[in-house]
Design a protein around this ligand. Structure first.
Ligand code: IMP
Length: 191
């Protein structure tokens, strides 16, 4: 089975390819010639995931899935949430985004947070939603070099290491995206 993953984020692609069995071939937006920025103007992760998946289906005709992820920090009333990518400004800079959260939580012991992923699948004219969530804490400094986005400042529950200190496999076993992808794969495997 061949299916489009509506992303051009090489890190997400790597993560998902590591979780999906070989019989499901994942192709990215570049592979189908889609290089434009797909609008993400929804108020929720679910809306944005469907907006991206619908865009690919409408403009390119392929069955596809799209994900949207948000980091929800308790002490910031669930922010940045759906605005995670542009939290520190329009240029989606991961260092600036992490810096903003670290300074907002400076001196605050209440550091609980979670990552949440929504995956929207459009297949044979039907729509499906898969979700994954991981709880954890925001560290007081950046830890580790691996991963992407907010990984260096997120320490999942029952761990001392941040996501950026884990291998792809270790992160995938507990992560928001890993959990949502497992549900997606279970669904695809039963078709
Ligand atoms: P989006 O899902 O690509 O829109 O991502 C929203 C924001 O969350 C971006 O700033 C990403 O870098 C960040 N992000 C998405 N997934 C992860 C992850 O697995 N770890 C850390 N940051 C992530």
């Amino acid at each position: 089975m061949k299916i489009v993953f509506a992303t051009n984020n090489p890190n997400k692609l790597k993560e998902i390819k590591a979780l999906v069995p070989d019989k499901i071939k994942i192709v990215s937006l570049i592979d189908i010639g889609c290089t434009e920025d797909i609008p993400e103007t929804g108020d929720t992760l679910e809306d944005n995931a469907f907006q991206k998946a619908n865009y690919v289906k409408d403009h390119y005709g392929y069955d596809c899935f799209a994900d949207d992820t948000g980091l929800e920090v308790d002490a910031l009333n669930g922010n940045p949430g759906v605005y995670s990518a542009r939290y520190a400004g329009p240029n989606r800079n991961a260092e600036a985004n992490m810096g903003k959260i670290l300074s907002e939580l400076d001196g605050n012991n209440h550091r609980k947070a979670n990552f949440r992923t929504a995956i929207a699948l459009i297949l044979n004219g039907n729509k499906h939603l898969f979700e994954g969530k991981v709880e954890g804490e925001i560290s007081t400094e950046k830890l580790g070099e691996k991963g992407f986005g907010y990984d260096p400042i997120f320490v999942p529950k029952n761990e001392k290491r941040s996501f950026a200190q884990m291998t792809l496999q270790e992160k995938g076993e507990v992560s928001h995206r890993g959990k949502a992808v497992k549900k997606l794969i279970e669904y695809l495997n039963h078709l």
